[in-house]
Design a binder for this molecule. Structure first.
Ligand code: MD3
Ligand code: FE
Length: 214
C-alpha cells in the first residue's frame, strides 16, 4: 500500500523531521514496569513545581532520577547531582529506564546511548509546557529520548527560531520520540492537556526525557 511509504522502514516508525523519529508504541509493553519505577522515584524524590529564573512557577510538576537532575530556581536552569528538596542524590536510574532509552535510541540509529539524567514531567488536564529549547546539556551531539505515558497530549514541534510556526503532533501512551542531529535544538512544547482518564494513570500524563546531560 503506497500510504505506508509515509512511515519509515518499519510499521509505526515515522520521521517527524530530519533527526526526529517517532516510534509509535515502542514503550507499550514496558509501560507497567516503567510506571512502577516512576512511583518508586516519586516516593524518594517527590514531584514539585519549580520556579523559573524570572519568578514564575512552572505548570508541569517535575522530579528526576539518574546521576544528574534538571532543576530551575531563581539562580537559573542547570543539572545537578542532588535534589534541592532533600539535599540527597537523585534516585538511581532504574534498569528498566536505561534499557528502554538505550533500545529506543538504537532503533533511531544512535548506538550506545547511555543517559545520565531522566526528567520526569507530570501533566494534569490543563497543564501545558510553553515553547522552549533544551540547551542545558553539555553535548548537543547526544540525542534526547522522550517517552509518553498516560493521557494523550498534543506536542508542538517548531523550528530553530521561536517565531517558526510549530507543527502539532499527537502523542499517546507508549509513544517514544528520539530527537537528535538537526532536530536537537528545535523549539518545542506541549498544548494544555485535555480532560480524560487513563486506565493506568488516571488524570495524568507522565513524560520521561532521557539525556546524556554531563
Ligand atoms: C524536541 N518535555 O522536558 S518531550 C522537556 O512532553 C520537554 O514533557 C516535553 O520538552 C514533555 O524539556 C516534550 C519531547 C522533546 C524533548 C526534548 C526535545 C522534544 C524535543 C529536544 C529537542 C527537540
Ligand atoms: Fe524540552
Amino acid at each position: 500500500m503506497m500510504n505506508l511509504d509515509l512511515f519509515g522502514d518499519e510499521a509505526g516508525t515515522q520521521d517527524l523531521a530530519p533527526g526526529a523519529r517517532l516510534l509509535r508504541g515502542f514503550a507499550l509493553d514496558a509501560a507497567p514496569a516503567l510506571l512502577d519505577d516512576v512511583a518508586a522515584v516519586q516516593a524518594q524524590a517527590p514531584l514539585r513545581r519549580m520556579v523559573t529564573p524570572g519568578g514564575l512557577t512552572m505548570n508541569v510538576a517535575m522530579t528526576n532520577c539518574g546521576g544528574l537532575g534538571w532543576v530551575s530556581d531563581a539562580r537559573g536552569y542547570r543539572y545537578q547531582a542532588t535534589d534541592p528538596l532533600s539535599g540527597e542524590h537523585w534516585p538511581a536510574l532504574p534498569g528498566t529506564f536505561a534499557a528502554l532509552a538505550h533500545d529506543a535510541a538504537e532503533a533511531a540509529g544512535y548506538t550506545g546511548f547511555a543517559p545520565d539524567a531522566c526528567l520526569v514531567n507530570r501533566y494534569e488536564p490543563g497543564t501545558k509546557l510553553s515553547l522552549h529549547q533544551d540547551r542545558d546539556e553539555q553535548d548537543y551531539g547526544q540525542p534526547i529520548v522522550s517517552v509518553s505515558l498516560g493521557l494523550p497530549a498534543v506536542f508542538q514541534f517548531g523550528g530553530l527560531k521561536r517565531s517558526d510556526r510549530p507543527a502539532r503532533v499527537p502523542l499517546v501512551h507508549g509513544d517514544v520520540v528520539v530527537w537528535g542531529g538537526p532536530a536537537r535544538l528545535r523549539f518545542h512544547g506541549v498544548l494544555p492537556l485535555a480532560e480524560g482518564t487513563h486506565p493506568l494513570l488516571g488524570r495524568q500524563r507522565i513524560n520521561l526525557t532521557f539525556r546524556k546531560a554531563g
